[in-house]
Design a protein around this ligand. Structure first.
Ligand SMILES: Cc1cc2nc3c(=O)[nH]c(=O)nc-3n(C[C@H](O)[C@H](O)[C@H](O)COP(=O)(O)O)c2cc1C
Length: 189
C-alpha cells in the first residue's frame, strides 16, 4: 500500500513557491499526499499570490481537498489517515504552538492527532526569528519524541541575522528517514 503523508502549509507565504513543488516530488515517488493548510494560509491573499490560486494548484496535484479546519483535521489520528505529517513551511507561530502543546489550528491539531499514533512530524522551518524568540521553541522540539527537521540554514545572515529557512529540496529524503525513526543529516547546512 502507498505511503501517506500529510503536507501542511502555514502562513510563510513567500515560500509557497518552493513548498508546492515538493508535494509534486512526493507524489512522483508514489506517496499519497493529503494536503492541509492553516486557516491563515488557506484564507489570506498576499503579495505572494491569491489564496484561491494556491488552493487550486495544491488540490490539483494531490487529488484531495485541503483540510483547513480543526473539524476536518481531528480524524487524522483516529482514522489513521497518514503515516507522517510534514509541516512546510512552518511558521514561528506554529512552532511556538507545537512547543507549548497548543492545538487550536488545523495544522497543530493534525500534528497532535498524528503524534498520538506514534507517527513522525517533520518540520520545515521558515521564520525570521528562528535564532531569536523562536530558538527556544525549535530547541524544545528538537529534543521531543517523533519530531524531525528538514535540514535548514540561515538564509540572509547579513540582513536577517536571526532568520532560518529549511532546504525544501530535502523534504522527501527527510520524510523517508523519519518514517524509519531517523533524522536526515546533516541537519544544519
Ligand atoms: C506576506 C506575509 C508573509 C509572512 N511570512 C512569514 C514567514 O516567512 N514566517 C513566519 O513565521 N511568519 C510569516 N508571516 C506571519 C504569519 O503568517 C503569521 O504569524 C500567522 O499568524 C501564521 O499563522 P499559522 O502559523 O497558523 O499559519 C507572514 C505573514 C504575511 C502576511
Amino acid at each position: 500500500m502507498a505511503l501517506k503523508a500529510g503536507f501542511a502549509l502555514c502562513g510563510s507565504f513567500c515560500t509557497f513557491h518552493k513548498a508546492i513543488p515538493q508535494i509534486e516530488e512526493l507524489k512522483n515517488a508514489g506517496i499519497d499526499v493529503i494536503p492541509i493548510m492553516s486557516a491563515n494560509a488557506y484564507e489570506t491573499d498576499t503579495r505572494f499570490g491569491k489564496a484561491s490560486e494556491h488552493i487550486k494548484k495544491i488540490e490539483n496535484i494531490c487529488g484531495h481537498k485541503i483540510i483547513h479546519t480543526i473539524t476536518d483535521a481531528e480524524p487524522i489520528g483516529p482514522k489513521k489517515l497518514i503515516d507522517a505529517l510534514i509541516i512546510e513551511p512552518c511558521t514561528g507561530n506554529t512552532i511556538a504552538k507545537l512547543a507549548a502543546g497548543i492545538a487550536d489550528t488545523s495544522v497543530t491539531l493534525a500534528a497532535k492527532s498524528n503524534l498520538r499514533n506514534g507517527n513522525p512530524v517533520i518540520i520545515a522551518v521558515s521564520t525570521n526569528d528562528a535564532l531569536g524568540n523562536a530558538a527556544k521553541n525549535i530547541g524544545l522540539l528538537m529534543n521531543a519524541k517523533n519530531i524531525y527537521f528538514v535540514p535548514f540554514r540561515q538564509d540572509d545572515c547579513e540582513h536577517k541575522p536571526t532568520s532560518i529557512v529549511a532546504d525544501f529540496s530535502k523534504t522527501k529524503d527527510t520524510f523517508l528517514q523519519a518514517i524509519v525513526g531517523k533524522q536526515l543529516q546533516p541537519m544544519i547546512l
